[in-house]
Design a protein around this ligand. Structure first.
Ligand SMILES: Cc1ncc(COP(=O)(O)O)c(C=O)c1O
Length: 436
């Protein structure tokens, strides 16, 4: 690409910005909502049957979505649920995790990962990340102990890290692996889709995700009896018969349900989006790797390690600078050049502004808060050991360092060539001013 002749004076210093129109919103699936979604939702509305299990004329959208999801993963079971948070909560309960148990979780994640563990009555054990911005296998191996009951691996910001290594560690130590794929639907590692490495995989279809039904989620697994538990837990604690009515007779499924079913309206949206998922992720991946390639000439911008670029689903580019000050300056200068979304979007920012993705920014974790008056689960006698755990900044040195020095650029799923060129141009302009 040839760079346009631009005003070398940075916009942040009063120069002319590279662009003045905002980039598109960073919400990947939303840009692709169209006739296909409308047609499937319309079928459900016309049939007056928005409930998945019975009604005048069920359209079986959720059921079809689940079938196509398990085909995509090549796993026997998939169950649609109401959110990614619900999916995590159900996964932990399906594995019978509770007081006395530790769940290993990375320090760069989303608050839902921690809240699911704490609400289960278990204790989060933080694991550091590595240059992939995902869980560091070496730190995982160090942190596993006799109380570890599950590893909750999170495929952050669109791309898996050293997932195969982590799966191997979990397997060797006999600990179930949950993969949180909320931010990486459609991603893979050397041809194996995320969601196929662990015992249970969870996904989210909330608006910011690679595909969306507004809200929604998915759980996948291979084990038949585990799946039966998952199905009961997501519903009212019991299985259903072939007519969709509750069946209390199975003693292995007399549980406490979470009321997290997906409606057939959300199922219709998600089904149409699933069929577009390869196109959505390809668009983001191509734009992102074009930008990455153009930044090679600036070694001062260290790009996130992505072990398998072909398997990157592409929604974010993460870059790390020499120090905190340079990171803040660079990201502010990029924004001034017009590299940001419309008002309200979070598309170009230092990690310092990325809130509840970082462990020490979660007040309910650092303050060991409870939903109940008795301080559960921190106060539970089986969790006495949690008294020694400190979740404040300082617990994970690599997380702390990468948080301070890194910035994040969301890659919209509908960037035009001109948008991509503007992004490259702005990076080039700011990097030339700051590094040359
Ligand atoms: C990594 C991760 N896990 C879980 C969730 C929770 O998903 P939801 O918002 O659908 O509950 C999200 C997104 O919000 C997420 O990014």
């Amino acid at each position: 690409m040839t760079l346009k002749n631009y005003d070398t004076c940075l916009a942040i210093d009063g120069g002319t910005p590279v662009r003045t129109t905002p980039l598109p919103w960073e919400l990947p699936g939303a840009h692709w909502i169209g006739e296909e979604e409308r047609a499937l939702v319309d079928r459900v509305v016309r049939a007056q049957s928005p409930f998945r299990f019975y009604g005048p004329d069920p359209q079986k959208m959720v059921e079809t979505l689940e079938r196509e999801w398990s085909d995509m993963l090549g796993r026997p079971h998939a169950l649609a649920v109401s959110s990614g948070t619900a999916a995590l909560t159900i996964a932990l309960s399906a594995l019978e995790i509770g007081p006395g148990d530790e769940v290993l979780v990375p320090g760069y994640m989303w608050v839902s990962c921690i809240s699911a563990i704490v609400r289960a009555g278990a204790i989060p054990r933080l694991v550091d990340i590595d240059a992939t911005f995902c869980m560091d296998p070496a730190d995982l191996a160090r942190k596993i102990n006799s109380r570890s009951r599950a590893v909750l691996l999170v495929h952050m910001s669109g791309a898996p890290g050293h997932v195969a290594e982590i799966a191997e560690i979990a397997q060797c130590r006999g600990i179930p692996l949950i993969e949180d794929c909320a931010q990486a639907a459609g991603a893979s590692r050397h041809g194996t889709p995320v969601g196929c490495f662990g015992d249970i995989a969870t996904f989210s279809f909330q608006l910011n995700k690679n595909m969306t039904s507004g809200d929604g989620g998915m759980i996948a697994c291979s084990d038949d009896s585990l799946f039966r538990r998952i199905v009961s837990l997501h519903d009212l604690g019991y299985a259903r018969d072939s007519g969709g009515r509750l069946d209390t007779s199975d003693v292995t499924c007399q549980l406490w349900g979470m009321g997290a079913r997906m409606s057939d309206l959300a199922g219709a949206m998600a089904l149409a989006q699933l069929r577009k998922l390869p196109l959505i992720t390809a668009a983001m991946r191509q734009a992102k790797w074009r930008i990455r390639a153009a930044l090679k000439e600036f070694p001062q911008i260290q790009l996130r390690e992505v072990p398998d670029p072909k398997g990157d689903s592409g929604p974010f580019m993460i870059m790390t600078f020499e120090d905190r000050e340079m990171c803040s300056r660079f990201m502010a200068a990029l924004r001034a050049e017009g590299i940001h979304g419309p008002e309200g979007s979070l598309s170009c920012l230092p990690m310092q502004a990325w809130g509840l993705h970082w462990y020490f920014n979660i007040p309910s974790l650092t303050g060991k808060r409870s939903n109940s008056r008795d301080g559960f689960p921190w106060s539970h006698p089986a969790n006495d050991f949690a008294g020694q755990l400190d979740y404040r900044r300082g617990a994970l040195p690599v997380c702390d360092d990468l948080h301070d020095r890194s910035g994040l650029l969301a890659i919209a799923s509908n960037l035009s060539d001109a948008d991509v060129e503007d992004v490259i141009q702005a990076f080039h302009k700011v990097a030339t001013a700051y590094f040359n």
